[in-house]
Design a protein around this ligand. Structure first.
Ligand code: AGP
Length: 608
């Protein structure tokens, strides 16, 4: 997640800005930069890598400025390079912009600017904002920012300085967090209060479509339509540690609750509802090949492998393409049969998992086209693949993957629609699938709002030593994922199984000490799952069912029911996994486990 901090006042800006960036490091980033208004004009420094690398560059320069902006970038468009780091400048070198968010129409804006002779140099979406502001600048920086943003579609939190207006910072927000901080003879702007808490706890939150103009002694807020806003500052009484987790006790809990927003980000600018299809810029150069593929291999590890299994159900049902899912650690040492009609999809949150990287290299060595479904922009798998689709889940700090999993499934759903519409999905079917996906964030929010019930169930079962997770069809991989979540963070042994497979062995384990979580959503195999539940109950096994809202029958057959909203069956994993994430989380909290860094685990397994 990008971080913004700006300062204007009586003190030297550089140390305040650098300290602010360090306070934002927990948000995850891959480059950093700073811009200052010195007597001789706008100066800036930026680099890929961490803030300490930026500090090293600044050690050779003497900045005395009292006004500046700074940024930590989590790459979304354009890899994490010096050139793509923020601030982004216009070609006059007067304007510097730092930005958090995604400009959906930046390609169109860039084309217009380039047709007018401007030579944009970065791969970022942000650069167009600097050029637009300069285009509208006629002495009033606030007005120029207002006019520029009226051209922009997408999400932004920006801060802008201009050497021709050396007494102010202009900032604006739409869809990404931004606040102003009020000091004595100095003012601040930031993405979150962690960046400025050491200097002031008096903040005013900027709302969507608002612009704020900061001087050393004052601030002025208006809407993008130039309507005056009067907003009082309020005192924040949070500790720094609480702020980094946005008030959640753990990053994992914060990331579970981020999923409505991260799934909106995964589809932002990618849905073409009119034609019932999707736009995936990272696959544009491969559409011809994708229309010809005869087979798909999906390779990954851990949670990403579970997402791959869901991709198999989706692609086979809706794109009618044979799919094989392979553990990357196995695939890399096998002799897979691969030819030019084989597409290899490589799923990895970190983009650095050693087994997955090796599997991709092996597949490419054998002539397959490898497309990545990755979260970390510019990661090794992203760079070495032939193309791919970023999941835009933002940095996932908790070792146990949650929001990345659902965003991986969302991207697999988009790829399914794209490939399906090249084959036999009609525009109407495509439209129906897109509308179902658009309803997911709100439905997830409904489940999250019911967290207290899940916490109470965790209180009943957290002392268990074993768990069975059962699911069928597209929810079998969700059973595997639910079991992995519980194992990873609570250290309770848990096994995921296809519900029908239970009678081929695991049923021997069932007794009153072996509870089962069963995904029993209303679908074509509901009755079969109900008979699996009956088999468990007949052996005194306790059952926690994940069921579809409106199912009045199931409560008579199980010990606990967690309802999820009705959704098109193929997309039910996006909902059925949420209670399992929360159940694992609350049982681990009750067992006093280390939630964000479980024992023996690493966030990215970059070794074999
Ligand atoms: C998931 O909760 C685990 N942390 C782990 O299984 C993880 O999914 C696996 O190591 C793959 O990581 P990747 O997605 O970054 O490649």
């Amino acid at each position: 997640m990008c971080g913004i901090v700006g300062y204007i006042g009586q003190q030297k800006a550089t140390p305040i800005l650098l300290e602010g960036l360090k306070r934002l490091e927990y948000r995850g980033y891959d480059s950093a930069g700073i811009a200052l208004l010195e007597d001789e004009g706008l100066k800036h420094e930026k680099s890929a890598g961490k803030v300490h690398m930026l500090e090293r560059l600044l050690a050779n320069r003497t900045f005395t400025s009292h006004i500046g902006i700074a940024h930590t970038r989590w790459a979304t468009h354009g890899e994490p390079t010096d050139l793509n780091a923020h601030p982004q400048l216009d070609d006059t070198g007067n304007i510097a912009v730092v930005h958090n968010g995604i400009i959906e129409n930046y390609r169109a804006l860039r084309e217009v600017l380039e047709r007018e002779g401007h030579n944009l140099v970065s791969d970022t979406d942000t650069e167009v904002i600097a050029y637009l502001i300069n285009m509208y600048y006629n002495g009033d920086l606030t007005e120029a920012v207002r006019m520029a943003l009226s051209q922009v579609e997408g999400t932004y939190a920006i801060a802008v300085i201009d050497s021709r207006s050396p007494d102010k910072i202009v900032a604006a927000r739409n869809g990404a967090p931004l606040l102003l901080g009020q000091g004595q003879g100095e003012n601040f702007v930031a993405s979150d209060v962690a960046a400025i808490l050491r200097h002031t706890n008096k903040v005013a939150y900027i709302e969507d479509k608002e612009i704020v103009t900061l001087t050393a002694d004052n601030y002025h807020i208006s809407t993008i339509e130039n309507v005056e806003i009067s907003r009082k500052v309020e005192e924040i009484n949070w500790s720094l540690e609480m702020i980094e987790k946005a008030g959640h006790d753990h990053f994992m809990h914060k990331e579970i609750h981020e999923q409505p927003e991260t799934l909106r980000n995964a589809t932002r600018g990618r849905l073409n509802i009119e034609e019932g299809t999707v736009r995936l810029n990272g696959l544009t150069d491969h559409l011809e090949d994708l229309s010809r593929i005869k087979r798909v291999i999906i390779t990954a590890c851990g949670t990403s492998w579970h997402a791959a299994l869901i991709g198999e159900y989706l692609l086979e049902e809706y794109a009618q393409i044979p799919v094989e899912v392979e553990y990357a650690s196995e695939f890399r040492y096998r002799s897979p049969i691969i030819d030019e009609n084989t597409l290899v999809l490589v799923i990895s949150q970190s983009g650095e998992t050693a087994d997955t990287l090796a599997a991709m290299r092996e597949a490419r060595r054998k002539g397959a086209k490898a497309l990545g479904i990755v979260n970390v922009v510019g990661s090794t798998i992203a760079r070495e693949s032939d193309g791919g689709v970023y999941i835009h889940a933002g940095p996932e700090i908790g070792v146990a993957s949650t929001k990345a999993f659902t965003s991986q499934i969302m991207v697999l759903s988009l790829i399914t629609i794209l490939l399906g519409r090249m084959r036999n999905i009609s525009a109407n079917m495509g439209k129906e699938m897109i509308e179902a996906l658009e309803s997911i964030p709100e439905k997830i929010q409904q489940i999250l709002d019911n967290e207290i019930q899940i916490k109470e169930i965790a209180e009943t079962y957290y002392k268990s030593n074993n768990f069975l997770y059962l699911g069928r069809g597209v929810n079998f991989p969700v059973a595997l994922e639910g079991a992995l979540k519980l194992k990873e963070i609570s250290y309770i042994h848990a096994e995921g199984y296809p519900a029908a497979e239970m009678k081929h062995g695991p049923i021997a384990l069932i007794d009153e000490k072996m509870p089962a979580v069963v995904i029993a959503t209303k679908d074509s195999i509901y009755d079969k799952v109900m008979s699996n539940i009956a088999q468990v109950r007949a052996r005194n096994g306790r059952v926690i069912a994940i069921a579809t809202e409106g199912d009045a029958e199931i409560a008579n057959h199980v010990n606990h029911v967690i309802f999820i909203p009705q959704i098109k069956q193929c997309f039910s994993p996006l909902l059925s996994v949420i209670p399992l994430q929360l159940l694992a989380y609350h049982m681990a909290v009750l067992r006093k486990c280390n939630i964000d860094q479980p024992r023996n685990l690493a966030k990215s397994v970059t070794v074999e």
